[in-house]
Design a protein around this ligand. Structure first.
Ligand code: ZN
Length: 674
């Protein structure tokens, strides 16, 4: 399924989540901090990240089935163990309520049944692809492939109209690429060339598994690569896609048709069973023009090969073992540096979460999420909102006119905590025990049609785009709401009943991060109702941009790995959210401490504990391959930069740790927007 364009998250949605067996957490300290995670031989004023996380990094080498291992992964691991128990129970004849998730999981686990079918379940679609005679016959087949999750040519679905965010409209987006991002097709450094070579090898192997002779398969793979490269040429790269004005082009179907003469859009819409479409957001017209040219000039055999590859690619995780292994070899090992494939149950838990997330999430919430966490979080949200209000009111660089609008937007923010009020109804989805691929395809189609039905209807703001066990959070600029799944409202982010200072450095900063997203370079372009509408005076917008540029320059100076720097423009929104988020969280903590009092715990002052908790939620180890991919595709900065980048901008940090004015963690020209 295509992801929504602009949900602003706390961490990236993983390409592949891999897990190892969770260890028992170390005994909690009085302060709620994990003291053993620290490296007390390091100087907090020289490298605060090392000081907060050095012990953890040393004690937590990356498991072989992982490309990255951090506190988020550690907690997700713990949640997945809970999901595993729920699913094993459901699979071995649980109650009627959990039958669907049990059957789905059991089918995914049954590797022998999957292997015995070989590629038979793909044959009907492979045959349809084989009988295509020209590009003008494509549309009905694309309409069959998109719903089941096969990403050929472009993406299609529903999303709120940026300029009237109360209504859902159809959206046609760039797509059709097997590499993670557009620039992977064009970067000319040796490492990128090597990845492309491995990619073509991988495509060739998959085509061979579909029944081609090895020699022929490798030449076909070269032609598939040519198709994808031609599509990529018209695509927008990651930095530009962060600008909502660059991905909003409202058009009629006739206008879209004119750009792609060989693709019969009316047949496509009919094939999907879409409601009447009068207008759609064609995110990148240049992409569709490029697609039109590709369809007009590429031999039909190459187009067929490309579609066969994309079908195998989308199905690989639930195909026979050799597909799974080859899929891991490229997407796990080559791209992210993982050494081993995750054991099967871990993959199957992840697939069940992604396909039946609210059915599984219901069972998860029942076991794990108490009213205390919800009440505490809500209290913190209100305190953080009060801090941001104070911050905006006291800004020296913004005029009263814009401040007034900013406060209107802030007061309109709504919050969702834990899990949906109304659970998704999966009764229209058929899950067949023993049919892993079919279950995956039907689940995708169920979701695809659920999205299609929205077109032309009011937006349902009560819906979630993350499942309850997810260790993450998001701000939706089109709905002006902040969302915190149950999965993240646990240690190390939030310790129920623990001293507040560490909770404000963890969960509080997460809440502050999401709130600040409403006012980062992207979020600030949307108003209180979620409409793409400029509410800034020209002078205030300029003042904002000057301050934002300080972050761009700061983070661009950080090295991600080898010769690859952090992309300060790609990560601007997240860095703004991190910096604003921790600042308003510390403000909120201090306001609470002023009434409730505070004391030194575990040898640290309250302010020190807030900073240490912030540092410790980002403890992580990453493989070089993963760091490279992160810097090139991920809008978030690596953990070290998220921590040191923020604290070095805060005079409050310098004061809390008595750092000298020329210490490395004291920036001579600190950056600040919020
Ligand atoms: Zn974020």
């Amino acid at each position: 399924m295509r992801r929504h364009l602009i949900a602003l998250t706390l961490v990236a949605l993983p390409l592949a989540t891999a897990l190892t067996v969770a260890q028992a957490p170390p005994p909690a300290s009085e302060s709620g901090l994990q003291l053993t995670a620290m490296d007390r031989s390091a100087d907090p004023c020289t490298d605060f990240y090392q000081y907060a996380c050095g012990g953890w990094m040393k004690d937590n080498p990356i498991p072989p089935d992982r490309s990255t291992w951090g506190r988020f992964d550690e907690l997700q691991e713990k949640n997945n163990e809970t999901l595993h128990r729920i699913l094993e129970r459901a699979a071995s004849g649980g109650d009627a309520e959990t039958k669907k998730i049990g059957d789905y999981y059991a089918s995914c686990m049954d590797e022998a049944a999957i292997n015995s079918k070989s590629i038979a379940p793909l044959q009907p679609l492979l045959k349809k692809i084989a009988t295509l005679r020209s590009a003008s016959e494509l549309a009905p087949l694309v309409a069959e492939l998109h719903p089941i999750g096969v990403n050929v040519f472009f993406g299609f679905g529903a999303e709120a109209d940026f300029k009237d965010a109360s209504l859902e409209m159809a959206i046609a987006d760039q797509g059709g690429l097997g590499l993670p991002e557009r620039d992977y097709y064009f970067r000319d450094d040796p490492k990128s060339a090597e990845i492309r070579k491995e990619y073509v090898n991988h495509v060739g192997k998959m085509i061979e598994f579909l029944g081609e002779k090895p020699d022929e398969a490798s030449s076909i793979a070269g032609r598939v690569m040519a198709v994808e490269t031609a599509l990529a040429k018209g695509a927008l790269e990651a930095v530009s896609r962060r600008d909502p004005t660059k991905i909003y082009h409202k058009m009629t179907p006739a206008e879209l048709q004119a750009m792609t003469p060989n693709f019969q859009w009316s047949q496509y819409f009919t094939g999907l069973g879409a409601p009447p479409i009068y207008a759609l957001n064609v995110t990148e017209p240049d992409f569709f023009k490029a697609m039109g040219q590709v369809l007009g000039s590429t031999p039909i055999d190459d187009i067929k090969a490309y579609m066969g590859w994309q079908l195998a690619h989308a199905s690989a995780p639930v195909l026979p073992t050799k597909f799974v292994d080859e899929n891991f070899r490229f997407y796990g090992a080559v791209l992210t540096g993982a050494k081993e494939l995750r054991v099967r149950w871990k993959r199957c838990v992840q697939f069940t979460d992604s396909d039946l997330g609210e059915e599984l999430g219901k069972a998860f919430v029942k076991e794990t999420f108490g009213p205390q966490a919800k009440a505490d979080t809500l209290k913190m949200v209100h305190e953080l909102e009060a801090s941001l209000e104070k911050d905006i009111t006291e800004l020296t660089w913004m005029t009263e006119t814009t401040k007034k609008e900013a406060l209107v937007k802030l007061h309109a923010v709504t919050e969702k905590i834990g899990y949906p009020d109304r659970w998704r109804d999966y009764s229209g989805l058929t899950v067949v025990r023993g049919d892993a691929l079919g279950n995956s395809q039907r689940s995708n189609a169920f979701e695809f049609h659920r999205q299609l039905k929205k077109i032309g209807n009011p937006v349902d703001k009560s819906e979630w785009t993350m499942t309850p066990p997810t260790v993450n959070a998001y701000y939706n600029p089109l709905q002006n709401n902040i969302n915190f799944p149950a999965g993240i409202l646990q240690p190390p982010y939030y310790n129920a009943g623990s001293d507040a200072s560490a909770n404000f450095g963890g969960a509080g900063a997460v809440i502050g991060h999401e709130l600040t997203h409403g006012f980062d370079d992207q979020g600030r372009q949307f108003d209180a109702r979620g409409n793409l509408k400029d509410w800034w005076t020209e002078a205030d917008a300029k003042a904002f941009e000057e301050r934002a540029q300080c972050f761009v320059d700061e983070y661009s100076s950080f090295t991600a790995v080898d010769d690859v720097k952090v992309n300060g423009k790609l990560t601007l929104g997240e860095n703004t959210a991190d910096n604003g988020g921790l600042r308003i969280s510390l403000m909120a903590y201090l306001a609470r401490a002023a009434t409730e009092g505070s004391k030194t715990l575990d040898g640290f002052t309250p302010e020190q504990r807030t900073f240490l908790a912030w540092g410790q939620v980002w403890c992580e180890n990453r493989r070089p391959e993963a760091l490279r991919m992160m810097a090139q595709t991920n809008p978030h900065s690596p953990g070290r930069d998220r921590v040191n980048g923020v604290v070095s901008n805060m005079p409050e940090f310098q004061k809390a740790f008595s750092c000298k004015a020329d210490a490395p963690m004291v920036r001579q020209k600190p950056c600040r927007v919020w």
